[in-house]
Design a protein around this ligand. Sequence first.
Ligand SMILES: CC(C)(COP(=O)(O)OP(=O)(O)OC[C@H]1O[C@@H](n2cnc3c(N)ncnc32)[C@H](O)[C@@H]1OP(=O)(O)O)[C@@H](O)C(=O)NCCC(=O)NCCS
Length: 184
Amino acid sequence: MTTPAIELRHYGHDDLPQIRQTLLDVHADAYADQMDDEFNQKFPWFVDHWGGNPGFSCVIAYDSGEPVGFAYGAPAAPGREWWREHVDEPPTDSTTFSFSELMVRPKWRKTGVSEHLHNDLLAHRPEALVVLLVDPSHPKVQALYERWGYKKVGNRQPFPDSPNFAVMLLDLHSTAFYQNGYEK
Ligand SMILES: CC(C)(COP(=O)(O)OP(=O)(O)OC[C@H]1O[C@@H](n2cnc3c(N)ncnc32)[C@H](O)[C@@H]1OP(=O)(O)O)[C@@H](O)C(=O)NCCC(=O)NCCS
């Protein structure tokens, strides 16, 4: 796998007006073949929902100034984490980061950009856990998250028109790699 010269930039809640269109443009390219799906058409609403969270954290990858992918999420509300109903004995430290979106434009896939975005978003997060939802009809994407250390703990359908997502959990404390930095 060759990694292009990619620059990663970090953004927060206050940056949403500046980055909103970039997120929509990357999404339009990343999901160009799936825009007949009504759920995908709601992406602008999700950007505003997640970006409106004061804890919103986003990493955008640029190749020579051109945005090519992004990852974002926000801290989960205690007691309402996506994993909560699926884990019988929650860990003592159950602080959780909800990893909401990861996408890379087709031209930059299979280059390592997606893993860099993921790792950069999570490196040095203060939470103990990371939770994400993945469409189980995309088993190769689920397998990608499994390679990165996530384990499926259940299923969750947040909206009537959304997929019945697989809920995947990563224990950041047992993954020292994320806390100690990583080789880019
Ligand atoms: C998910 C993503 C960031 C991974 O990028 P990557 O690490 O470079 O890996 P790839 O693009 O090669 O994807 C891994 C495999 O999953 C498949 N895959 C990726 N996204 C998919 C999707 N939305 N639906 C179905 N399969 C998908 C790829 O075809 C690939 O399969 P292959 O190895 O047989 O070619 C990128 O594929 C992407 O942006 N996909 C569209 C958005 C998406 O699905 N995001 C994840 C939401 S949970």
